[in-house]
Design a protein. Structure first.
Lengths: 279, 279
């Protein structure tokens, strides 16, 4: 959730069930981002859309994903003679695409290419620069509201009547940091990703294997947790969330240890967990 | 399961999860029957097929369903660049179709049309006539093995050497009854179904609504439990299993009572329940 907007990234089978179990109302979701068309990342989408339809959703839903996704959805809607009662705004993500795919007053959603066996997209959700904070006690008494707005936006104000310049730095404090979350689902280790996720506060990066399986990771276009940590370190992110673990690891501590040997702020993601990003 | 063959009828989202919870190995399934293309009856199919692929299934899987289903599956396999490593034998069920769709040495699977808002198929799984039971003590000492087989199949034997007729009824008892299971997923009340499911030992028939909602049932091409019971009675089945209950009924006893007022051998089906059909 950002700015009261719920964003769902990827939607494997039974996502509806997990949302319910974690008390998240599906109707609140405004954006669904699908990284790629392997089943564990989207087989739950058509069920979720159908439920939103049955529950009478009214508001528009933005869906971003590989172009083929639209045909897959439409053929299933057609087969059940369903015409969605809400607007589904599909934004195709072309192979290799990078840039902004959604712009809100206060944040953007960007995509960038990952390196997987099929076309795969990473996502960056980033707050826009925030306004400077007014120091109320310092404000001149006769200052106009519009001048305060100007200074909050980091510009100085020239008062023609009094022939005075109000320097914004004298009346405001620097803005809060703009926070960001980067999501790298299935991908081989690829330093080319680093430039897209520089300084993200939180990075989710897949870590399917431990270090001894590095060859298998490369072969299957997945990463080891150590490689995920290297990406995190090189991008200078705040915190790394590991995930997409191979079922061979009953005990995940080896993945965590190997990641932390490279990047201390590494953590294991867990189903149903809430991670807050704070300034 | 019939004759050691597992048959899965319909496959909603999270079917994989339910199979696991009920300790049924998906690899054992030989036939999947999809009644119609409303999501609650097939959205879990692509996930199940993908898992069978990943788990290395080798044996052929027979899939029966509306023709559009093949395109829906293939477009999803194509999008993930997946070529199934097992043979998926798809048998399209055309609208209005009735007849045998699979024939085993000991049983058949038949389909017949239901009456729903989109094309929908019922199924009848039926044992073939069984062999008569030999009365060992009565057999003449010099009788040949092939003559025993002939009598088990209900035919008399003529012994040319001795110029004797062995009447099969003197040496065999009638065979065990051939058991059958009829499955009527989503359908409006339709007496036209009765002829296809005559004398089935077990009938599953949807019963979405209680009697006071009969109009809504007809409008949405569903049935009340009383209507399901009327079908069961007219078809002279052994036992009726109700199911597909509207979520409005927190307490299902009203559905059971109303069904039993028409057909005593009515029962509520429950998730994960095993129902045996015995002679």
């Amino acid at each position: 959730m950002i700015q009261e907007q719920y964003i769902l990234i990827d939607c494997g089978e039974c996502t509806q069930l997990l949302l319910k179990r974690n008390h998240i109302k599906p109707g609140k979701i405004r954006h669904i981002l699908i990284s790629h068309l392997h089943g564990d990342h989207y087989f739950g989408l058509i069920g979720l859309l159908s439920s939103l339809h049955l529950y009478g959703r009214k508001s528009k839903l933005n869906l971003y994903g590989p172009p083929e996704l639209l045909n897959i959805i439409n053929s299933q809607l057609k087969a059940s003679a369903t015409k969605l009662i809400f607007e589904l705004n599909f934004v195709p993500l072309d192979p290799g695409m990078h840039g902004t795919i959604f712009e809100h007053d206060n944040f953007t959603i960007q995509t960038f290419p990952l390196n997987h066996s099929i076309t795969c997209h990473g996502f960056l959700i980033k707050e826009k620069p925030k306004q400077r904070k007014i120091i109320k006690d310092q404000l001149p008494e006769n200052i106009r509201l519009q001048d305060i707005v100007t200074m909050k936006n980091g510009q100085n104000v020239y008062d023609e009547n009094d022939n005075i310049i109000y320097h914004h730095k004298d009346y405001t404090l620097p803005p809060k940091r703009s926070l960001s979350y980067a999501y790298c689902s299935d991908t081989a280790y690829d330093p080319g990703i680093v430039k897209y996720i520089k300084s993200a506060d939180l990075l989710y990066h897949e870590s399917t294997f431990a270090t001894d399986m590095a060859k298998r990771a490369a072969l299957t276009y997945h990463s080891t947790s150590e490689e995920a940590a290297r990406i995190a370190k090189d991008a200078g992110v705040g915190k790394l969330l590991l995930g997409h673990y191979s079922t061979r690891y009953k005990d995940l501590s080896i993945l965590l240890e190997q990641a932390r040997s490279v990047f201390k702020e590494s953590y294991l993601s867990q189903e149903g967990e809430t991670v807050e990003i704070n300034d």
